[in-house]
Design a protein around this ligand. Structure first.
Ligand code: PMT
Length: 401
């Protein structure tokens, strides 16, 4: 994900310094080349040796180091990275940045840096709430710095409130977003994901094994490309991707209502949800008791959400469906593309190994109206999502499908 990218990780002195080691590992694991610069106070919490060993690069600590300046000056260090991440950023570092002070290696680099800077504050709750910190935060935002707000919870100083370094997965995702070209900026997209549950008594329902992974991958990648993303999700056990608005639903009727309300303002809609085609005709108010004769449930058809979106599609909107098939994959998917008035359909051959429900991988065929279908190799659901968005972007900018 970060292959060929260079990140400068600036670390200032707070108890969260130890978390920067794990963040560094995440960046390195994703393929980035990371250079660490530490303030003097940061070195009191964790030694530079740890960061040197994890990054496999020398750690910058001193502005007036004859040796390191002769190898690479602080001005060159400022020019090198594609992204600067400050984690943890203390109240003191933020105050210096807001005032334009450059009195050590890190703050000097920051004044000369041209890459985007992601500031991840971590401090005591009173320091975070202090009017001076609030003012500095506003100044940093005005200056174009990106802020990853601290999380709330129990703090190292035994107080409760906002000030904990943001979750590392959120920092990582924000970094990825800053390094991804904003090809969906200004676009609103809606994605449906997961299964629906059709209850016939308070504790029993008809459903399917959709985990939501395909839909959540589409939402994550769209947010990375700077789209405004709303994710209408059936019941799954996944966290909402950062930068995504999630609407949680259970039944097909609830999913239809949520989607129909939001559909008109979307530039693109992608339906990955495995919507139940049927719902029980009756819902028992009480749990159905076990009996020797057994019991039967009558089902009636659910509305086809995608087909009704196809009928009311505003001009310019791109509508993408998925087709989960076990036989005649191409023919059945193509039929759904035409019948539901879609721009693209993504055919999922559930018989293929590594494809379909619950897995981290998928193997799909993308079928448009006028172009040859594209057979994608087995890849991660994130990679499939990238391929789908590439095609949606082409359609949004007036290309052929
Ligand atoms: O969630 P995962 O575990 O990652 O699994 C991903 C997936 C297999 C669920 C996904 O890749 C997939 O194939 N989703 C479509 C599942 C499906 O319901 O296919 P379908 O052929 O029955 O429906 C065709 C299209 O119509 C789908 O876009 C579906 O969202 C939509 N539909 C179906 C029925 C209905 N009542 N309303 C609908 O809108």
């Amino acid at each position: 994900m970060l292959q060929g990218k260079s990140i400068l990780l600036g670390i200032s002195g707070g108890i969260a310094v130890y978390k920067a080691a794990e963040l560094l590992r995440l960046f390195v694991k994703a393929g980035a080349s990371v250079h660490v610069v530490m303030t003097e106070n940061a070195q009191r919490f964790v030694t530079p040796l740890t960061f040197q060993a994890l990054s496999n690069n020398p750690v910058g600590c001193e502005l007036f180091s004859m040796q390191s300046e002769s190898q690479i000056s602080h001005i060159q260090k400022a020019r090198l990275p594609d992204l600067v991440v400050l984690a943890p950023a203390t109240a003191n570092l933020m105050a210096k940045m807001a005032a334009g002070i450059a009195d050590d290696l890190l703050t000097t680099i920051l004044l000369a840096a041209t890459a985007p800077v992601l500031v991840c504050p971590a401090m005591n709750v009173k320091m975070w709430e202090h009017p001076a910190t609030r003012r500095n935060l506003r100044t940093l935002t005005e200056l174009g710095y990106k802020i990853e707000p601290p999380a709330s919870g129990f703090l190292a100083c035994q107080e409760e409130g906002a000030g904990r370094l943001a979750e590392l997965c959120d920092i990582f995702e924000s970094a990825l977003r800053l390094l991804t070209p904003p090809t969906l900026a200004g676009r609103s997209v809606l994605i449906s994901a997961g299964p629906t549950r059709e209850y016939f008594d308070p504790v029993r329902f008809l459903s399917n094994p959709s985990s939501g992974k395909m839909g959540y991958a589409l939402a994550r990648i769209a947010a990375r490309r700077s789209a405004k993303v709303v994710l209408v999700s059936g019941p799954v056990s996944l966290d909402c991707p950062s930068g995504v608005e999630r609407v949680c639903v259970a039944s097909a009727l609830q999913m239809r209502d949520a989607i129909v309300e939001l559909s008109a303002q979307q530039d693109a809609i992608v339906m990955t949800a495995a919507v139940s085609d049927y719902r029980p005709s009756e819902l028992s108010a009480q749990k159905i008791k076990k009996s020797a004769e057994g019991f039967s449930v009558r089902f009636e058809p659910n509305p086809d959400i995608l087909a009704s979106l196809g009928q009311t599609k505003p001009p310019g909107q791109v509508l993408v469906g998925f087709a989960a098939e076990t036989q005649n994959v191409f023919e059945n998917a193509k039929d759904k593309l035409i019948r539901k008035n879609l721009d693209l359909i993504v055919a999922n051959d559930l018989a293929k190994e590594g494809a379909g429900f619950g897995l981290d991988t998928n193997q799909v065929k993308i079928i448009g109206r006028n172009r040859e279908p594209i057979d994608l190799a087995l890849m991660t659901k994130d990679e499939v999502a990238c391929e789908i968005w590439d095609r949606v972007e082409r359609l949004l900018s007036g290309g052929e499908n």
